[in-house]
Write a protein that binds this ligand. Structure first.
Ligand code: NAD
Ligand code: UDP
Length: 314
């Protein structure tokens, strides 16, 4: 039986980059937060400052195994997000998205909790529709090196919508576009952390391909605001809904911006483009604007400055 009026919120993957910012935000908003994470790509350092808070609890647990808890809301973020991490053990990556979602949806069904899924722009694959709208079905290679992540996340979306239709669960599915900020893992291979770390260490900046492929980068605080708004939106707003910053840059432009802000003497070097690397990516966020009154506010250079200062102090 629930005695306190405070919301009990479960965050899976809460010791990761986005999860740790989300836990922080939920605590600030007055909820009790339970973070579960197997520390595959996250670290306890990300949540160290929260461990002394009596409203915060950490449990080391792998979501591919069932867990029995009493909660009011679930944010399902568990899944490595960087290509280097998710390709290291691709079978586990698919299991995390598929078995993990089944376990968390089962928990939501038993407890009546509202459940949020951290889906991804990767469900659009290498898109022919630009910018990407939520009604675009995507162009994903089912058997490539990125498939464990892309198809795992697509199957997770299927499961969320089937639990909604079949069992009446209240679901919230966000399709997240590239997000950056403090607490990205310095070695996780994602482009923003790679470029900043390389520039700070005076090493070459590694551009894959010709650097003309594009991405749209959202600062973490903006994204977390979108998560919280989506979770508290009316029950019939299931998503999927794009969350990301529509300002689009080539990877070469990103490298130049990082170099200019960090200073130093690094040079740009060109390396082969990884398999199935999408050529362009930009969210259409009309749905988020209309239904959540949400638009990202932090421009790339401002967000990069905050991120650079985090990596400088590591
Ligand atoms: P991250 O790797 O920093 O965090 C993921 C967390 O999940 C880590 O702490 C990891 O240890 C944990 N985890 C992995 N497998 C697990 C398992 N089986 N059981 C329990 N915990 C497990 O990545 P992130 O950038 O914080 O991404 C969080 C979520 O958001 C992911 O689901 C990711 O797919 C999604 N997402 C992120 C981005 C982005 O740009 N950061 C973009 C699209 C989607
Ligand atoms: N990238 C790059 N140099 C790096 C790391 C990544 O040029 O050191 C490129 C990568 O090939 C891709 C883009 O940057 O085109 C974004 O890569 P990231 O891994 O951050 O995210 P995703 O490909 O999943 O969007």
């Amino acid at each position: 039986m629930k005695i306190s009026n405070r919301k009990r919120v479960l965050v899976t993957g809460g010791a990761g980059f986005l999860g740790s910012h989300l836990c922080e935000r939920l605590l600030r908003d007055g909820s009790d937060v339970l973070c579960i994470d197997n520390l595959y790509s996250g670290t306890k350092d990300n949540i160290e400052h929260l461990l002394s808070n009596p409203r915060f609890e950490f449990q080391r647990h792998d979501v591919t195994f069932p867990v029995y808890l009493e909660v009011d809301e679930i944010y399902n973020l568990a899944c490595p997000a960087s290509p280097v991490h998710y390709q290291r053990d691709p079978v586990q990556t698919t299991k995390t998205s598929v078995h993990g979602s089944i376990n968390m949806l089962g928990l939501a069904k038993r407890t009546g909790a509202r459940i949020f899924q951290a889906s991804t722009s990767e469900v659009y694959g290498d898109p022919e529709v630009h910018p990407q709208t939520e009604d675009y079905w995507g162009r994903v290679n089912p058997i490539g090196v990125r498939s464990c992540y892309d198809e795992g996340k697509r199957c997770a979306e299927t499961l969320f919508f089937d639990y909604n239709r079949q069992h009446g669960l209240e679901i919230k599915v966000a399709r997240i576009f590239n997000t950056y900020g403090p607490r990205m893992h310095p070695n996780d291979g994602r482009v923003v952390s790679n470029f900043i770390v390389q520039a700070l260490q005076g090493n070459d900046i590694t551009i894959y391909g010709d650097g003309l492929q594009t991405r749209s980068f959202c600062y973490v605080d903006d994204l977390i605001e979108g998560f919280v708004r989506l979770m508290s939106s009316p029950a019939d707003l299931t998503g999927p809904i794009n969350l990301g910053n529509p300002s689009e840059f080539t990877i070469r432009e990103l490298a130049e911006a990082v170099l200019e802000l960090v200073g130093g003497s690094s040079s740009l070097v060109f390396r082969p483009l990884p398999h199935d690397d999408p050529m362009q990516r930009q969210p259409n966020i009309s749905m988020a604007k209309q239904h959540l009154d949400w638009t990202p506010e932090i421009p790339l250079r401002e967000g990069l400055k905050k991120t650079i200062s985090y990596f400088r102090n590591l």
